[in-house]
Design a protein around this ligand. Structure first.
Ligand code: FMN
Length: 396
C-alpha cells in the first residue's frame, strides 16, 4: 500500500487505450490511493463512467455542470498529489497546450499548478505529426512529464513507431515516483543495486551457480525507482523482465560482476548488494566439453574475489553500503561480523526457510545495523524491499 491516502487525479480521454485506464485505476486503488477519475465526453464513449466508479469506489466525473459540484474543477486541480492523463489523446494534448478549458478535464488542467504526468496514446502518424510534437514540446516546457508512447502494435495494426500507450504497470510506477519522490531522501540519489546469481564456467557448456532468482534485487531496484532514485542494476543471469526505469548492466561471472560494480561505484550514493555471487570458481576451465567417457570428475575450486570488500576503499565518500547475507545457520552472528568486516551500514539477513529466500516470491528479512536488529514478517519481495529502503532512509 505505497500510496495510502494520497490523492491521484486520473484523467481519461477518448482513445482506444482507455480500456487500459481501468487496470491503472484499479492498480492505484489497490495501492491505497484515493482516485478521482475524470473522463472526457469521448472517453465515456469507450468506457462507461460506472466501470471506473466500481473499480475505485468513487464517482467518476465528466461534467462541469453537475449540480452541487460548481467548483469541483478548482478543488480537484489543487488537491491531487499528481494529475495523470492516461490515455492522453492528440486532441487532449492540443487543447491543453492551447490553454482551452471547455470541459471538466481541461478546466482542471488549466487551474492546476502541481505535477502532471501524461501517457500519450494515438496512431503513430498522429504522434509524429508536427502539430502533436509542437504541443508536446509546449507542455514539456511547462513542466509536464511524459511516459511513453512506445513502439508496438496499435489497434489498427502492427507498428514499429511510437504511438502505443505504455503499459499500466509502467504508468503506475511513474505515478508512484511522482507522488513519493518529494518526501524521499533517495530522490535524485544514484543507487547501485546488484541482483541474481553469477555463473562460473566448468567448460563451454556447464556452469557452477546458485539458487538466487534475482527477485529481491529487482524488487529493490523497482522500489528505489519509485522513491525517485536514479537506479543502476547490475544483474546476473536471470529470466526476469528488467525493472522499469532502471539502467541494467548484465553480467555472468563474479569477475564480470566485480568489474561492473567497479565501473558504477564512483557515482553511487547508495549500494544495495543483493546479488549472490559464486564464492568459488573452477580453478581451470576446460576448452571443450568433458565427456562422460572420461570417468570420475574431480574439481578443484578457487575462491572468487569478494565483490563487496573490493568496494570498501573505493566508495564515494559518504556512500551508504548495504550487504545481504543468505545463511542457513548463525545468521545474526555472521551478519554482525559482516557489518564490521566489510565496512557496511546495514546487513540484510535472509535465512533459508520455507516460503522465504532465494527462489520464491516472498521473503523474511532481518535488518542488522548500528540501530540494532529488526526482524521483519514473511512478505512479498517488494514489501521487503520497502522495509530495506525505509532503513536506508533512516541511515542516510
Ligand atoms: C475507435 C476510435 C479510436 C480512437 N483512438 C484514438 C487514440 O488512440 N488516440 C487519439 O489521440 N485519438 C483517438 N481517436 C480520436 C479521438 O477519439 C478524437 O480525437 C476525440 O475528439 C478525442 O476527444 P478527447 O481528447 O476530448 O477525449 C479515436 C477515435 C475512434 C473513433
Amino acid at each position: 500500500m505505497t500510496l495510502t491516502g494520497r490523492h491521484v487525479l486520473l484523467g481519461v480521454s477518448g482513445g482506444i487505450a482507455s480500456y487500459k485506464a481501468c487496470t491503472l485505476a484499479r492498480r492505484l486503488a489497490d495501492a491505497g490511493a484515493v482516485v478521482d477519475v475524470v473522463l472526457t465526453a469521448s472517453a465515456a464513449e469507450f468506457v462507461r463512467p460506472v466501470t471506473f466508479e466500481a473499480l475505485v469506489g468513487r464517482p467518476a466525473l465528466g461534467s462541469l455542470w453537475d449540480p452541487g459540484r460548481a467548483l469541483a474543477h478548482i478543488a480537484l486541480a489543487r488537491d491531487s498529489a499528481v494529475a495523470v492523463l492516461a490515455p492522453a489523446t492528440a486532441n487532449l494534448l492540443a487543447r491543453a497546450a492551447a490553454g482551452i478549458a471547455d470541459d471538466l478535464l481541461t478546466a482542471i488542467l488549466l487551474a492546476r499548478t502541481g505535477p502532471v504526468l501524461a501517457a500519450p496514446a494515438m496512431n503513430d502518424a498522429m504522434y509524429a505529426h508536427p502539430a502533436t510534437q509542437a504541443n508536446l514540446a509546449i507542455l514539456a516546457a511547462r513542466g509536464w512529464r511524459f511516459v511513453g508512447p512506445v513502439p508496438g502494435p496499435l489497434a489498427e495494426g502492427p507498428s514499429d513507431r511510437p504511438g502505443r500507450m505504455s503499459e499500466p504497470e509502467e504508468i503506475f510506477l511513474e505515478i508512484e515516483r511522482a507522488v513519493r519522490a518529494p518526501a524521499s531522501k533517495l530522490a535524485g540519489k544514484a543507487v547501485l543495486v546488484t541482483a541474481g546469481p553469477t555463473r562460473e564456467a566448468l567448460d563451454p557448456i556447464r556452469v557452477l551457480s546458485n539458487r538466487s532468482s534475482g527477485r529481491q534485487g529487482f524488487a529493490l531496484a523497482e522500489a528505489a525507482f519509485a522513491r525517485g532514485a536514479d537506479v543502476t542494476l547490475v544483474a546476473g543471469p536471470t529470466a526476469l523482465t528488467p525493472p522499469y526505469g532502471c539502467r541494467v548492466d548484465r553480467v555472468d561471472s563474479t569477475a564480470e560482476l566485480a568489474a561492473a560494480v567497479a565501473r558504477h561505484l564512483p557515482s553511487a550514493d547508495v549500494l544495495l548488494m543483493a546479488a549472490a555471487p559464486a564464492d568459488f570458481r573452477p580453478a581451470t576451465t576446460d576448452a571443450k566439453k568433458r565427456t562422460r567417457a572420461a570417468g570420475d570428475l574431480s574439481l578443484t575450486l578457487a575462491p572468487t574475489p569478494d565483490v563487496l570488500v573490493g568496494t570498501r576503499d573505493r566508495r564515494k565518500p559518504g556512500a551508504l553500503a548495504v550487504g545481504f547475507a543468505y545463511e542457513t545457520d548463525d545468521g545474526e552472528t555472521n551478519a554482525r561480523a559482516k557489518l564490521a568486516a566489510k565496512g557496511l551500514d546495514l546487513v540484510v539477513l535472509n535465512l533459508a526457510e520455507e516460503g522465504a529466500g532465494a527462489e520464491g516470491e516472498t521473503n523474511r528479512l532481518t535488518l542488522v545495523s548500528a540501530e540494532g536488529v529488526t526482524a521483519g514478517p514473511l512478505e512479498t519481495k517488494r514489501q521487503a524491499a520497502e522495509r530495506v529502503l525505509d532503513a536506508v532512509e533512516r541511515l542516510l
